[in-house]
Design a protein around this ligand. Structure first.
Ligand SMILES: NC(=O)c1ccc[n+]([C@@H]2O[C@H](COP(=O)([O-])OP(=O)(O)OC[C@H]3O[C@@H](n4cnc5c(N)ncnc54)[C@H](OP(=O)(O)O)[C@@H]3O)[C@@H](O)[C@H]2O)c1
Length: 314
């Protein structure tokens, strides 16, 4: 697909993933239009429609999400569900009304059932059970967006793609304790040179970690395929590499030159025992795969984090 001159509206375009998407779009010669809460509160239907109609996008990349990490979601299941449902419905409808041809709604691996029968999770497992209870309402808003998107495709011909992303990490990640995901939290702790790097749980649970620049590249591959008329719909976008929490802690320690002991606090919960995406549909349909290894991605993230520390006032 030729991105040059395409008007691409990026909701949440100044967020963690959004900023990398905007950079990727600019590198491809597209006209990226990042918007945030200051431009329109997407919970407001009229404000959303006015914004989209003013922009007249060819393509919408919908990244906006109301939320503040797992802790916030656990304590605010209503806002997590209500606000994101409104945001997703309004963005999808406004995209169609404003004449966009393609809508890419960023989804998440958390939309999968808590315990899919098949690991790694193929897309066919998506609707086979309820999501993990701690992020259930949030996950349901991703499901609503994907299901409604399929309806807009069928009824109105809007071309939709819903990349279900693995956990993201990389430069620009959230660092505050309330927002930091496992990789950013571990890096900060390892660089503080503790006597022992204490990790919650047994270390045996597995997760998948996707470098944010790869995620942006994968999302743009989804958008390009949808623009070319490929029926993308909900699609896994990840590495397909299952990493135990213990392996992750060792990799972070190596990236941070931390030589102290790593201890596992087994009194803390492990959460879902295994989490990993089957990326075969992504590879076949998009001809795309993630190119950054965990070691390389962590090295770049640590370098970025060291810069952030240097710039902080002492
Ligand atoms: N981070 C991950 O590990 C991960 C994993 C899987 C999927 N995802 C998905 O990837 C997408 C992007 O996530 P992220 O981590 O980049 O999120 P983020 O950094 O929190 O960015 C979210 C953006 O949404 C905007 N926003 C929030 N509420 C809004 C509202 N009411 N109206 C308009 N804009 C609003 C914010 O705008 P302001 O800049 O104005 O505050 C912010 O820039 C989300 O759909 C998320 O579910 C993320």
């Amino acid at each position: 697909m030729d991105w040059r001159g395409k008007r691409v509206l990026v909701t949440g375009g100044r967020g963690f993933l959004g900023r990398h998407l905007v950079r990727g779009l600019q590198a491809r010669g597209a006209h990226a239009i990042p918007v945030g809460r200051g431009d329109a509160d997407l919970r407001d239907r009229s404000a959303t429609r006015l914004l989209f109609e003013a922009v007249e996008p060819d393509i919408v990349l919908h990244c906006a999400v109301q939320g503040g990490g797992i802790g916030w979601m656990r304590e605010h299941p209503v806002e997590s569900g209500r606000d994101n449902a409104l945001i997703n419905v309004h963005a999808l409808d406004a995209a169609w009304r404003s004449g966009a041809r393609v809508f890419v709604g960023i989804s998440s691996a958390c939309a999968y059932p808590r315990q899919p029968a098949t690991i790694p999770f193929p897309e066919s497992e998506l609707w086979n059970g309820r999501p993990e209870p701690t992020n259930d309402t949030y996950a349901q808003t991703k499901r609503l967006m994907m299901s409604l998107g399929e309806a807009y495709s069928q009824q109105f011909g809007l071309r939709c793609a819903f990349p279900m992303l693995a956990n993201l990490y990389g430069p620009g990640d959230h660092l505050t304790p309330e927002r930091a995901h496992v990789v950013a939290a571990l890096i900060q702790r390892a660089l503080a040179r503790p006597e022992a790097l204490v990790v919650w749980g047994t270390g045996r649970a597995t997760r998948e970690h996707l470098y944010v620049e790869d995620a942006a590249d994968g999302v743009l591959a989804c958008a390009a395929a949808a623009a070319d008329g490929v029926d993308v719909g909900p699609i896994n976008v990840g590495t397909g590499v299952e990493v135990s929490v213990a392996e992750l802690a060792e990799a972070v320690a190596a990236a941070c030159d931390y030589a102290g002991p790593i201890r596992f606090d087994a009194s803390r919960p492990d959460g879902q025992p295994r989490k990993c995406l089957d990326v075969s549909r992504m590879q076949e349909l998009l001809g795309w795969r993630a190119s950054t290894s965990l070691a390389e991605g962590l090295a770049r993230t640590v370098a970025w984090y060291r810069q952030v520390l240097e710039q902080e006032p002492t």
